[in-house]
Design a protein around this ligand. Structure first.
Ligand SMILES: Cc1cc2nc3c(=O)[nH]c(=O)nc-3n(C[C@H](O)[C@H](O)[C@H](O)COP(=O)(O)OP(=O)(O)OC[C@H]3O[C@@H](n4cnc5c(N)ncnc54)[C@H](O)[C@@H]3O)c2cc1C
Ligand SMILES: *[C@@H]1O[C@H](CO)[C@@H](O)[C@H](O)[C@H]1NC(C)=O
Ligand SMILES: *[C@@H]1O[C@H](CO)[C@@H](O)[C@H](O)[C@H]1NC(C)=O
Ligand SMILES: *[C@@H]1O[C@H](CO)[C@@H](O)[C@H](O)[C@H]1NC(C)=O
Ligand SMILES: *[C@@H]1O[C@H](CO)[C@@H](O)[C@H](O)[C@H]1NC(C)=O
Ligand SMILES: *[C@@H]1O[C@H](CO)[C@@H](O)[C@H](O)[C@H]1NC(C)=O
Ligand SMILES: *[C@@H]1O[C@H](CO)[C@@H](O)[C@H](O)[C@H]1NC(C)=O
Length: 534
């Protein structure tokens, strides 16, 4: 019965495939559906796995993890289908059928992409939403974990803490970020000066490639495994799960947050910080945020610099270290809070350390609104004049902010080519620029302001190339022409994200996806075959 049903479907499929060439787009959609249904194992009901534009759940699923309202407007192309796989075979079916019927796919894990590339496309596409692939199994004995590519980093931290108070993982601070995009683009947070990036701590992965093959580290080979640890997996396949190495954290850590306005000497402190932030002990993470604040008592706008820290140890060890390296900050015991590492995850995630850990399981982002971000790397301290011009510009836009993240420590020990993420030794800190707003009418104005600020900063940051962080994706840096861009053209942005690793990424791309099936506005290009080789 099952078998004859199957061969009927197969027959139908062959018939449909033979008709495909002359098909218009609506019948190619039909054929995609036929193809997909014939491939998937009917363990779940079909209607749960694939949604069409007519499905009642379509809009809510599409919008479920869109974080940036810039990408919610009605003029953006919507996916023809949304596939929510429950297993690897459903991902495989989506790839095989999309390839066959010339549809693009977009893959979404946590949906935090700064330019919305996980759920937007310029061509007809199918959205593969990994939300259901979020199982996490933590193995404390071996200090490893397998993580479904649709899980969030908050869920990962929660599952580790459930089993151990002295294990953690070096990834980002915002709990709703997905491991799919985050790990494959780098991923840093409060303990990366000790342990490196999330990508540096990946030890295995399962991925479905452009031919629909399901591969692990051994079968994909070291080149592809290298590429997906910082090169962005979206150019190479769909990651199904990651295996990570857990790291040790002490039972008690210490946090503090000291804010100073310009009137209180913030600029001198920032100057000092630029000279020591990357040289502090690797157990001590001290980042600085620069934002607009209201100064009391007159209510004038001013700039406030906040120095926010996580120390992997107790306050009594931290105080002498700070006294030694940064006495100007005037850190006192009363400014320090001791807590467990998982409570510090809450603290840096914007919660109170006394909140229930359950908030880490929530997929609802704390920030929803319009935003634009950009990044820079800094190799020499920014001069006083440079900072003054920066403050002046920030004061024009009250909802703007800079986050300065110190590098050094473990980050300087890992070579530039160990993974595709090249921003290692020689960088003293990274800048993230952010501006947020609430209404669409302000979009153009704010994008323009951000571009001007970025132009202003050019003399003070890295150059040739002016480096950028892939996970703070920025299409202002350049974009592929329908994914069909030469290596030379793509190098404009490719060298910023990957420096000398860009060429190797293109070689891996050419070897694993020569037909450029996995493409987007900033996907790794296929190297053109020399004409005379043909
Ligand atoms: C509020 C906020 C806070 C952040 N905080 C940090 C931070 O502390 N540290 C940091 O390093 N970064 C941070 N980021 C940036 C973040 O790391 C990137 O946006 C990251 O790419 C998000 O991953 P995602 O899975 O949520 O995004 P998605 O939008 O789902 O995916 C991003 C990209 O990866 C691709 N992709 C996703 N899953 C897969 C998969 N399984 N296989 C193949 N390709 C896939 C997508 O197609 C897309 O191209 C933050 C971003 C936001 C919005
Ligand atoms: C969606 O509904 C419209 C109008 O009811 C119908 O014409 C169309 O065929 C439907 N599309 C799909 C994919 O079911
Ligand atoms: C809608 O979104 C698209 C894609 O991000 C963007 O290019 C366009 O400018 C937006 N439209 C408006 C009116 O903001
Ligand atoms: C730890 O790894 C070993 C070797 O791979 C395996 O046999 C063992 O079952 C693992 N431990 C747990 C608790 O899974
Ligand atoms: C740090 O502690 C001192 C002494 O209690 C206090 O006066 C000061 O306001 C604290 N600073 C911050 C930023 O909490
Ligand atoms: C602050 O506000 C007061 C009163 O509104 C004004 O006189 C003063 O010039 C302002 N100071 C600065 C530094 O802008
Ligand atoms: C892609 O670029 C190549 C080389 O420039 C060109 O021959 C080809 O027609 C392009 N394909 C598309 C789909 O634009």
């Amino acid at each position: 019965m099952e078998r004859s049903n199957f061969s009927m479907r197969l027959l139908l499929l062959i018939l449909l495939v033979s008709l495909a060439r002359s098909a218009d787009s609506s019948s190619s959609h039909e054929m995609f559906l036929q193809c997909f249904s014939s491939h998937i194992q009917h363990s779940k009901s079909y209607s749960e796995v694939i949604l069409t534009k007519n499905s009642s759940a379509y809009s809510s699923v599409l919008q479920s993890s869109i974080r940036n309202f810039r990408f919610l407007n009605t003029s953006t192309l919507k996916p023809q289908f949304i596939i929510t796989p429950f297993n690897e075979f459903e991902i495989q079916a989506a790839i095989v059928c999309a390839k066959k019927y010339d549809m693009q796919i977009r893959v979404r894990s946590g949906g935090h992409d700064y330019e919305g590339l996980s759920f937007l496309s310029y061509q007809e596409f199918v959205l593969v939403d990994l939300a259901e692939l979020s199982s996490i199994s933590v193995d404390i004995e071996n200090e490893t974990a397998w993580i479904g590519a649709g899980a969030s980093i908050g869920e990962l931290y929660y599952r580790i803490a459930e089993k151990s108070k002295v294990h953690g993982f070096p990834a980002g601070t915002c709990p709703t970020v997905g491991v799919g995009g985050h790990f494959s683009g780098g991923g840093f947070g409060t303990i990366f000066r000790k342990y490196g990036l999330a990508a540096d701590n990946l030890i295995d992965a399962r991925i479905v490639d452009a031919n629909g093959r399901i591969l692990d580290r051994e079968s994909m080979g070291e080149d592809l495994f290298w590429a997906i640890r910082g090169g962005g997996a979206a150019s190479f396949g769909v990651v199904f799960s990651w295996k990570v190495r857990l790291v040790s954290v002490p039972p008690t850590v210490t946090v503090f947050n000291i804010g100073k306005t310009l009137q209180q000497g913030a600029s001198n402190l920032l100057h000092k910080w630029q000279n020591i932030g990357d040289k502090l002990h690797e157990d001590l993470f001290l980042h600085a945020t620069i934002a607009v604040a209201t100064s009391s008592p007159n209510g004038n706008k001013t700039i406030q610099v906040s120095f926010v820290s996580l120390f992997l140890g107790r306050a009594e060890e931290l105080l002498p270290m700070m006294q030694d390296s940064f006495p100007e900050l005037g850190l006192m015991r009363e400014n320090c809070s001791e807590m467990s590492w998982i409570q510090s995850v809450l603290y840096f995630g914007g919660f109170s350390p006394s909140d229930s850990l359950d908030v880490l399981l929530s997929r609802t982002a704390q920030f929803k609104g319009f935003f634009k971000g950009k990044s820079d790397y800094v190799k020499e301290p920014i001069s006083e004049t440079g900072l003054e011009g920066l403050y002046k510009r920030l004061l024009e836009e009250e909802t703007s902010m800079l986050i300065l993240t110190p590098y050094g420590g473990r980050m300087s020990e890992i070579s530039d080519s160990e993974t595709p993420f090249p921003h290692r030794s020689g960088n003293i800190f990274e800048i993230q620029y952010i501006i947020t707003w609430d209404v669409e009418e302000e979009t153009e104005k704010n994008l323009k302001w951000m571009r001007k600020l970025y132009a202003y900063m050019a003399p003070y940051v890295s150059n040739s190339p002016r480096a950028a962080y892939l996970n703070y994706r920025d299409l202002d840096l350049g974009r592929n022409n329908y994914g069909n861009t030469s290596f030379a053209k793509a190098s404009v942005w490719g060298l910023k994200y990957f420096k000398n690793n860009f060429k190797r990424l293109a070689r891996v791309k050419t070897a694993t996806d020569p037909s450029n099936f996995f493409r987007n506005e900033q996907s790794i290009p296929v190297l053109q075959r020399k004409r005379n080789l043909k």
